[in-house]
Structure formats: structure tokens, C-alpha cells
Design a protein around this ligand. Structure first.
Ligand SMILES: Nc1ncnc2c1ncn2[C@@H]1O[C@H](COP(=O)(O)OP(=O)(O)O)[C@@H](O)[C@H]1O
Ligand SMILES: [Mg+2]
Length: 198
């Protein structure tokens, strides 16, 4: 965390991240841009699915990793879902008229939108998802004894217990620009949900 102005939420499951997305999606307005950052598997697409539901989109959302951009329509809103992960050079953004798309009235979600600094728009809400490794360490600590005993037995059988997946995510929301600040303020004005921490 570099900014004290971030709004933070901790989720414990993919469903909770989805639910946070729904809440955010209900607050988003035409022309808003949300940049989703975080490693592979952090939950960016999961969050995007929630945002789409909050916007009233009923079509299933799929990861745009191989398409670069997928477009969805609700009654009165359009969602553009980008994923810049496979993009090799910022110049390729011109091929899809990236900035033209961002300037439209559609709502834009961009996974890996921070990949190229030249690709950052003027006004956007950054939503960063991070695996909570300390949460995992706590879990391992709790299960440590049991796991050691297990491993003893498993070692004899030549098997290893796969580590439990990390399901805790720290989500940080930071606004860049006036429009994004207004969106963050609408989010903060929501009745407090127990999993949010400031
Ligand atoms: N708290 C959580 N929030 C989001 N996803 C989670 C969480 N815990 C586990 N997961 C799992 O992590 C994966 C996230 O995948 P995805 O949303 O495609 O990531 P990304 O788009 O960032 O690469 C999914 O398999 C999801 O079920
Ligand atoms: Mg993704």
C-alpha cells in the first residue's frame, strides 16, 4: 500500500469477490473506467463477472485473454472488457482503437491495464487484487501439526498432500481523477459490509 486514500476490502472466497463486484457494478456510471491489477489467478475476471452482474448484464462473462476485448450489452449500458495480458507492445492498442473505446460512453474494465504506462487513461479507478499470503501462513500455522503427521504417513506411501489454495484476497481501490474519486466515494457511502476494512 502506497496510498492512505485507498478503500480496502478483504474477501475470503471467489463468491465474496464476485459479491463485491456486484456492489461496485451497481455504482458505476457510463464512461467509467476500471483498471484491474493483480497476478494471474488473483481474481480479476471473477471481479469483472460480479461487476457485469451489477450492471445488469445477463450474458455469461468469459475471460478476454485471447480476444483482447469482449463487449456486452445491458438494457441501457455497454460493458467493454479488456485483457492486455497477451499484448506485446503498447502500439498494438491502436489496432483496437483502445483510447477511442475508453472515451466512449461504455463502461470499461481492463485486466492488466497497468501493463504499459502509456496505456493508462487520465481518469480511472484502480482495483488491485492480491493474494493474502499472511492469511495463508496463518492457515498453515493452524494446520501445521496435523499436516506434519499427515505428511509422515503420506511420505511412507510416497504421496504428498497438496497445499490448500489461498482463498483470501486483499482488494484495494484507488481513484485517479475526479470521475474515479466520485465512484470511490459512492462505494464508501455504501452501508458497511463486515468484510471491509479501511
Ligand atoms: N477470494 C477470492 N477471490 C477471487 N477468486 C478467488 C478467491 N479465492 C479463490 N479464488 C479463485 O481464484 C481464481 C481467480 O481466477 P480469475 O478471476 O480468472 O483470475 P485473474 O483474472 O486475475 O487471472 C478462480 O479460480 C477463483 O475461484
Ligand atoms: Mg483474467
Amino acid at each position: 500500500m502506497t496510498s492512505g486514500a485507498g478503500y480496502r476490502v478483504m474477501t475470503q472466497s471467489a463468491e465474496e469477490t464476485f459479491a463485491f463486484g456486484v456492489e461496485l457494478g451497481r455504482l458505476v456510471q457510463a464512461g467509467d473506467i476500471i483498471i484491474l491489477t493483480g497476478d494471474l489467478g488473483a481474481g480479476k475476471t471473477q471481479l469483472a463477472k460480479g461487476i457485469a452482474q451489477g450492471l445488469g448484464i445477463t450474458e455469461p462473462i468469459t475471460s478476454p485473454t485471447f480476444n483482447l476485448m469482449l463487449v456486452y450489452k445491458a438494457a441501457d449500458k455497454t460493458l467493454q472488457h479488456f485483457d492486455l495480458y497477451r499484448l506485446e507492445a503498447a502500439e498494438q492498442l491502436d489496432d483496437i482503437d483502445y483510447f477511442g473505446c475508453l472515451e466512449s460512453d461504455a463502461i470499461s474494465l481492463v485486466e492488466w491495464g497497468d501493463k504499459f504506462s502509456q496505456a493508462l487513461p487520465e481518469d480511472y479507478l484502480e482495483v488491485s487484487l492480491d493474494l493474502d499470503l499472511s492469511g495463508n501462513a496463518r492457515e498453515l500455522g493452524l494446520n501445521g501439526n496435523a499436516r506434519e503427521l499427515d505428511l509422515g504417513g503420506a511420505a511412507e506411501l510416497g504421496e504428498a498432500t497438496p497445499p490448500a489454495p489461498i482463498t483470501t484476497r486483499n482488494i484495494t481501490v484507488r481513484p485517479f481523477g475526479i470521475r474515479a474519486t466520485q465512484l470511490k466515494e459512492r462505494l464508501e457511502a455504501q452501508p458497511n459490509d463486515p468484510s471491509s476494512a479501511s
